[in-house]
Design a protein around this ligand. Structure first.
Ligand code: DAK
Length: 288
């Protein structure tokens, strides 16, 4: 089912300030898929996973719809930041065990199970925040880690319990969790299958902050709107540069950072941002 996310919310030009929640609700436009819902307002796309009957377990349909929605949001001029969330009970309780259980090696290998969808999600160039409440397990934890940062509700529970099913994480969990929390804790999580609560997740560097569950969306939208007000060129460059720290050596990463820093001096937004600071006024970024 098509996920069209081009919705006019009567906002012109980059976001200058954080909109109030009431304004956000008033301007909200919703597009529903069968397993996700997309709302766009004030330059933020809020994508909700919506398979409550299976705690948002990731099946082929959900991941296809999610990848389509992410791609559309990445292309949409009215979106400058994306928030990905689930329900209060579950961000996502993992890949859909029912869908996977009977598959053979050949079926998994030939379909390259979930690779095109997760590649699409990881290739989004706009900033993506995961707003996680409840369970983020297995593929759910891995999906949250594919986002640029995670804001957790105080009821969030993270885990890689694939070991209990006789398998191993398959969409980045052994690699990303280890980079987030270090080898010892990652081994503990993957080998025992235990869950980590929000407080431990924040302490370990898996999430950037923990907020009360009732305020999760408000906090994530406020952060997203703040990002939406920055230069879109600079936010994409930040994303590429920080991701380099995972994907290459320190030496190469620092060289990449230096080069993109130099390159930003060719933009009007750099001149505007620095002039605005010196003139003690708010910057008016134009994404040029
Ligand atoms: N898949 C399918 N259905 C699930 C599910 C899942 N992962 N998790 C929950 N559900 C369903 C339950 O079956 C139940 O359905 P009904 O029985 O009502 O029809 C419904 O959601 C509510 O769940 P519970 O009744 O179990 O709810 P509780 O509150 O009692 O327990 C729970 C919540 C999250 C602790 C429990 O549901 C649970 O342990 N769920 C499974 C968690 C898990 O093992 N997750 C890891 C799955 S494996 C790969 C790509 C991806 C992956 C691997 C490879 N490749 C590309 C190579 C990823 C693998 C995984 O994620």
């Amino acid at each position: 089912c098509a996920i069209a996310v081009d919705v006019d919310v009567n906002a012109v030009g980059p976001v200058r300030c954080v909109a109030k929640l009431e304004q956000l609700k008033a301007a909200r436009a919703t597009v529903l898929g069968r397993t996700i819902a997309v709302e766009i307002a004030h330059y933020v796309a809020l994508i909700r996973l919506n398979r409550p009957e299976a705690l948002n377990a990731l099946n082929a349909q959900l991941l296809t719809e999610l990848a389509d929605a992410m791609k559309a949001a990445d292309k949409n001029d009215k979106v400058r930041c994306i928030v990905l969330t689930g329900s209060e009970k579950a961000f996502a309780a993992g890949a859909d065990i029912g869908e996977m259980s009977g598959k053979s090696f050949v079926e998994m290998f030939e379909s390259d199970y979930f690779t095109p969808e997760t590649d699409t999600i990881c290739n989004v160039r706009k900033p993506v925040i995961a707003a996680v409440a409840g369970y983020a397990l297995g593929g759910g934890c891995e999906l949250a880690m594919m986002c640029d940062f995670i804001i957790a509700a105080d009821n969030a529970k993270f885990g890689q319990p694939e070991i209990n099913l006789g398998v191993v994480a398959g969409i980045g969990g052994t690699q990303r969790l280890t980079r987030f929390v270090g080898k010892s804790k990652a081994m503990d999580m993957h080998l025992t299958g235990r869950f980590m609560d929000a407080e431990e997740a924040e302490r370990s560097g898996l999430v950037s902050r923990v907020v009360p569950a009732k305020k999760l969306i408000e906090e994530a939208m406020t952060a997203a709107q703040k990002i939406a007000g920055k230069s879109a060129i600079a936010t994409k460059v930040v994303k590429e540069a920080v991701n380099r720290s995972y994907e290459t050596t320190l030496r190469e990463g620092i060289l990449f950072e230096r080069r993109v820093f130099h390159a930003l001096f060719s933009t009007e937004d750099q001149k505007e941002g620095m002039s605005a600071f010196l003139e003690k006024r708010e910057a008016q970024f134009r994404d040029r």
